[in-house]
Design a protein around this ligand. Structure first.
Ligand code: RB5
Length: 149
């Protein structure tokens, strides 16, 4: 199950990603927003991030104007590793190296076609593991106040 959400700035690309997931048979839960009315992005980012952190959803996708505000919010939720992506290389590498469980994108930065392509890469690229596991574990230790250097 994939969690997805957006604010008004990310609505158009979120709708494109939703249409792609419906067509591809990807199960998802859409946390809104559903209209172009101005809303506060922290609310929607928090809903998606919490669904991922609780294990209700395996991964999350959050869209706003830049993809940045929602990433800042999502990364405040324990257990979430959110990455803002604008190109295919970053969408792939944040899965392979960072084991990111949330991806964020900006509707004022990329077009719908690009957003769908990046979502597809994010959802279908596995984590490389190996030395990257040690590094991701260090992120978790920092999050837990257990990082000892
Ligand atoms: C909304 O105008 C805009 O601030 C929001 O979508 C996002 O870009 C924030 O980071």
């Amino acid at each position: 199950m994939i969690a997805i959400g957006c604010d008004h700035g990310g609505l158009e690309i979120k709708n494109a990603i939703v249409a792609y997931m419906e067509k591809a048979g990807v199960e998802f839960k859409d946390f809104g927003t559903y209209t172009e009315d101005s809303v506060d992005y922290p609310e929607y980012a928090y809903k998606v991030a919490t669904a991922v952190a609780k294990g209700e959803c395996e991964k999350g996708i959050i869209c706003c104007g830049t993809g940045i505000g929602v990433a800042i919010v999502a990364n405040k939720v324990k257990g979430v590793r959110a990455a803002t992506v604008t190109n295919e290389f970053c969408a792939e590498m944040t899965r392979r190296h960072n084991d990111s469980n949330v991806v964020t994108m900006g509707g004022r930065v990329i077009d719908c076609e690009t957003a769908v392509r990046l979502a597809d890469i994010f959802l279908n690229t596995p984590f490389d593991g190996d030395r990257h596991t040690r590094r991701v574990d260090m992120i978790t230790q920092i999050e837990n106040g257990e990082f000892d250097i």
